[in-house]
Design a protein around this ligand. Structure first.
Ligand SMILES: [Ca+2]
Length: 360
């Protein structure tokens, strides 16, 4: 029989393997959480369904089809399809991280549409015009829009985060222009690496969307902004639609983790907020090389800065000039180093030659 301390040790080890074992599988190394717990009810992976083609925690509908070895096809590469996939239970965690592998792999190398959405919202499982899901949702929609319905600045695919309190109609014809709280442009089709998204939500601190598309486990931040407040625990959903343009919109896997924090005071949260946004505030001209493929334009409080277009153009110009100066300076330093190094080498070799002649 085990003595009492052996029981305690076993319990501690079991807890540690549950929390910290999962910690290792969390994909964001910058997370400051005290622990990470997998949330089975909001995770999904092959074979996706049991023998009766059901999943205890997820529903799928519309034109969604499951390939048990590979993915959930929200739509296939056919015109006028729309499909969805929704968690059956609301996500009760106050802090969480969702990592999703997805693939957009229609036949066309360039033109495809319309894109897909990740939802943290209510109601669930309702077909509609917003990337295959209902309009006037309550909560957050993150749209991976592959087709520009109207001309815009910046390239598509465009990823945008749109919050809705249930009263707003998404402006489909203008791709939600002026309705998003944050956005970026990213290559999502024909990418070098498998496409994955990682959405981190830390209540009262920040929410961040990062994308992997160029290299395995190399993440580019799309946006990092103050988090939306969910009035009700949201459901996690995915939906996609095609129109005149089409694409395969596939969800390969979903991994949801609950982030565990020890109790934090308002002062701790304030410090975390400062830390979370410190990088962008401290960005110096020296390090200001905004990723060329990362056209990030976050806006505080869900309002659009009206002068954003002009100021970002000016900022782009200034960054361009500063980068030129930076590289000119680096070349000058390297060039000067090389020149004086060469001079020194010549002088040394000449004096060495002279010495050898004198010795001879
Ligand atoms: Ca669109």
């Amino acid at each position: 029989m085990l003595c009492w301390w052996a029981h305690v040790l076993v319990a501690v080890l079991a807890y540690a393997s549950g929390v910290w074992g999962a910690r290792a599988s969390a994909s964001n190394p910058e997370l400051k959480a005290d622990g990470v717990m997998p949330v089975r009810t909001h995770s999904l992976f092959s074979p996706y369904v049991d023998s009766s083609l059901q999943n205890n925690y997820w529903d799928y509908g519309g034109d969604a089809v499951i390939d048990t070895n590979r993915y959930v096809m929200l739509t296939q590469d056919r015109r006028n399809e729309s499909g969805w996939l929704w968690s059956r239970l609301p996500l009760e965690a106050s802090d969480f991280e969702i990592t999703v592998e997805f693939s957009l792999k229609g036949k066309s190398p360039s033109v495809a549409g319309d894109g897909f959405a990740m939802w943290l919202s209510n109601p669930r499982a309702k077909s509609g015009p917003v990337f295959g899901s209902a309009n006037r949702w309550k909560g957050l929609g993150i749209f991976f829009d592959t087709y520009a319905n109207t001309p815009h600045r910046g390239f598509f695919p465009r990823i945008s985060a749109v919050r809705n309190n249930g009263g707003m109609d998404y402006d489909i014809s203008r791709d939600g222009e002026n309705q998003d709280m944050a956005r970026c442009s990213m290559q999502l089709r024909r990418t070098e690496a498998e496409t994955r998204l990682r959405f981190t939500y830390v209540k009262d601190v920040y929410m961040e969307l990062a994308i992997q598309n160029m290299e395995w486990n190399k993440w580019s931040t799309c946006f990092k902004v103050p988090p939306v407040d969910f009035t009700d625990a949201p459901y996690l959903g995915f939906s996609a639609s095609t129109g005149d343009m089409s694409d395969n919109h596939n969800i390969v896997s979903v991994w949801t983790n609950r982030l565990v924090y020890n109790s934090r005071t308002p002062a701790d949260l304030e410090a975390e907020r400062k830390l979370a946004f410190a990088k962008s505030e401290k960005k110096s001209w020296w390090s200001a090389n905004s990723d060329s493929d990362n056209d990030v334009a976050p806006k505080k409080g869900g309002r659009r800065d009206r002068d954003q277009g002009g100021s970002s153009l000016l900022a782009g110009l200034v960054y361009g000039i500063l980068r030129l100066i930076k590289w000119a300076f680096i070349f000058a330093v390297v060039g000067a180093g090389g020149f004086y190094g060469f001079k020194y080498y010549k002088k040394r070799s000449r004096s060495g030659f002279k010495n050898r002649r004198m010795m001879a």
